[in-house]
Design a binder for this molecule. Sequence first.
Ligand code: UT7
Length: 339
Amino acid sequence: MSTGRAAVVTGIGSYVPPHVVTNDDLAARLDTSDAWIRSRTGIAERNFISPGTSTGDLAVEAGLRALKSACDQQDGAEVGAVVLATTTPDQPCPATAPQVAARLGLGQVPAFDVAAVCSGFLYGLASAAGLIAAGITDRVLLIAADAFTTIINPEDRTTAVIFADGAGAVVLRAGSAAEPGAIGPLVLGSDGELSHLIEVPAGGSRQRSTDRPAAPEDHYFRMLGRDTYRHAVEHMTAASTEAAERAGWRLDEVDRFVAHQANARILEAVSDRLGIPAERQLSNIARVGNTGAASIPLLLAEATAEGRLAAGHRVLLTAFGGGLSWGAASVIWPELQTI
Ligand code: UT7
């Protein structure tokens, strides 16, 4: 279904906190090794937030850069809504987006969080595009930010070596579906039957409504890695195929494939199935790890700044995460300024 008002990317920005953590740093406190982490995940280093900072701080930094990029681009028109995709809000209540909007000086605009774990950026794109299509606003700041280290069990080597902190953001404006930067048909899906594969068991109403206190480890994120891996490959492959078809593209016409940076082996398996060669894939997982919802816009911003992603490229996006949730979308990359 399409409406007259498409959401068009007009600004982009990203931020990772300055504290770099190498595989050797992790191996100094966990039963793991640089060799295992590199070979099983493709990650060499990642960034962690500092004590006392939060997802909101990451979101403000990425949001500032995206707003500046949009201003440099063409006009200073005002943002009329803020959508924040995150699994690690600053507090369980209220949403973090209103505080981020206020800190960015955007006033009393509508602002809300989207919870779709590592698929959050694509679900956020759908929310932002909906606000624009419905005529609620002409311009949305969509931020995807996660401070996964705040929910990772530092003793759990199966997750502590993968997840990290970061943020990415885009400004979307009302435009036409034929313009560069217009978000193409979105494919989204979920499977709640498999919600136990990726979860934080405690801290929500189900646990809090019992009179039994939760075990401390139940407040941490946990993931059944092997099953998650299998579903990630299956759903990202299928969603990408469908999004390309709905955009009217053959897969060999995709110039840049941008998948959620879950694990380098997952990315390889998905690209192999789609027949997308290495030179048309973008990746930064070696340097930033798996940053949850942030991973796609963080990669888009970095690749734009480095020139690996350029105006006119046909870009296919896909993500997979807890829920289970997944999605894919297409966009012809616009001319963008980066900070
Ligand atoms: O972003 C949201 C979605 N998330 C994903 O898509 C992630 C999906 N899953 C994965 O990326 C991979 O499954 C992992 C990276 C989590 C794990 O890789 P794997 O090749 O599937 O390993 P495994 O879980 O099957 O474990 C293999 C072995 C086990 O030892 P045994 O049972 O064979 O003795 C693990 O205990 O590797 C062991 N292991 C480790 N060894 C050293 C697990 N984590 C580590 C570690 N260092 N950090």
